[in-house]
Design a protein around this ligand. Structure first.
Ligand SMILES: NC(=O)c1ccc[n+]([C@@H]2O[C@H](COP(=O)([O-])OP(=O)(O)OC[C@H]3O[C@@H](n4cnc5c(N)ncnc54)[C@H](OP(=O)(O)O)[C@@H]3O)[C@@H](O)[C@H]2O)c1
Length: 245
C-alpha cells in the first residue's frame, strides 16, 4: 500500500512486543518482526509469517549477517520505526535476583548481547533506511535501569542503564539526520518476564495498585513513532503507574 509506514520490532512473540505489533498493525502499519521463535500460527495478520525474521540477538554475528535479509524484506529501502524491545532478565534457580556474586561472565555477556549490543548494531545497520524514511528508534529500557529492583538482576539493570545512555548517544548522532531516538522505561507490566512476588510491589510501591497492561506500553511506543512526537528526541519516558522502588 503506497505511503504505508513500516515497523521492525524485536521480541514480538509475546508480552509487550506482541501487543505492540498488534497495535501498529491495527493503526495501518506494515509490520516486520524478529525473534527466536517462529511466528505463531494465530498471527493476527496475513503477512506475519513472511515478514518474520528468525533471529537470535544473543548471537551477535547472526545479528550482523541478518541485515541483508532484513533490507531485502523491507524492499523499498525505508524504515519508519525500529523498536528494540527484546530483552532477557536471568533469575536464580528459585527465581531470585542475581546479584554480582551470582553473575558470571557468560551471564553478563548473554544479557548485554541481547539487551544492548544487538540494539546498537541493528540501529547502525539500518541507519540508511531510517534516514531515508526520516524514521525513529524506540529502545525499551526498564525501571531497573535507574533503581535497585528486588527481582531484576545486576546484569539486567546495568544493561538497561547502558541502554538509556545509548539512547542519548544515538539521539545525538542520528538527530542531525532527522532520525529521532527515544526510550520507554516500563515498571511492572503484566507479561511472562515478571517474578513471583510482584504482587507485593503492586500493593506497596505502585500508587495505582495494579500492573500495567502491555497495550498501555504499546500505545506509548506508537505515540513516539508518530508526528505528534516530532520534537521528542533523546528522552526516556516512564510508564509505571507512578511506581517508586
Ligand atoms: N514486563 C515488564 O514488567 C517489563 C518491565 C521493564 C522492562 N521490560 C522490558 O520490556 C521488554 C519486553 O519485555 P516483556 O515483558 O514483554 O518480556 P517477555 O514476555 O519475556 O518477551 C521477551 C521477548 O524478547 C524476545 N527475546 C528474548 N531473547 C531473545 C533473543 N536472544 N533473540 C531474539 N529475541 C529474544 C522473546 O522472543 P523469543 O523467545 O521468541 O526469542 C520475546 O518475544 C524487554 O526489553 C524487558 O526488559 C519489561
Amino acid at each position: 500500500m503506497k505511503g504505508q509506514k513500516t515497523l521492525l520490532l524485536t521480541g514480538a512473540s509475546r508480552g509487550i512486543g506482541h501487543a505492540t505489533v498488534k497495535y501498529f498493525n491495527a493503526a495501518g502499519w506494515r509490520v516486520f518482526t524478529a525473534s527466536r521463535q517462529d511466528w505463531a500460527a494465530e498471527c493476527p495478520w496475513a503477512d506475519g509469517l513472511v515478514n518474520h525474521i528468525h533471529l537470535d540477538l544473543e548471537d551477535i554475528e547472526s545479528v550482523e549477517s541478518s541485515l541483508p535479509l532484513i533490507r531485502e524484506k523491507l524492499g523499498d529501502g525505508r524504515l519508519d520505526a525500529l523498536v528494540n524491545n527484546a530483552g532477557i532478565s536471568p533469575k536464580g534457580a528459585e527465581g531470585q535476583r542475581m546479584g554480582v556474586l551470582e553473575s558470571d561472565y557468560a551471564t553478563w555477556l548473554k544479557v548485554f548481547n541481547v539487551n544492548l549490543f544487538s540494539t546498537a548494531l541493528l540501529a547502525r545497520g539500518l541507519f540508511d533506511e531510517l534516514k531515508a524514511a526520516q524514521g525513529t528508534i524506540i529502545n525499551v529500557t526498564s525501571i531497573a535501569g535507574s533503581r535497585v529492583h528486588p527481582f531484576a538482576g545486576v546484569a539486567y539493570a546495568s544493561s538497561k542503564a547502558a541502554l538509556a545512555a545509548l539512547t542519548r548517544e544515538m539521539a545525538y548522532d542520528f538527530g542531525r539526520h532527522g532520525v529521532r531516538v527515544n526510550a520507554i522505561a516500563p515498571g511492572e507490566i503484566d507479561t511472562a518476564i515478571l517474578s513471583s512476588g510482584t504482587e507485593l510491589i503492586v500493593e506497596r510501591d505502585i500508587p495505582m495498585h495494579r500492573l500495567g497492561k502491555p497495550e498501555e506500553v504499546a500505545a506509548l511506543i506508537h505515540f513516539l513513532c508518530t508526528s505528534s512526537a516530532s520534537y521528542v528526541n533523546g528522552a526516556e519516558i516512564h510508564v509505571n503507574g507512578g511506581q517508586h522502588v
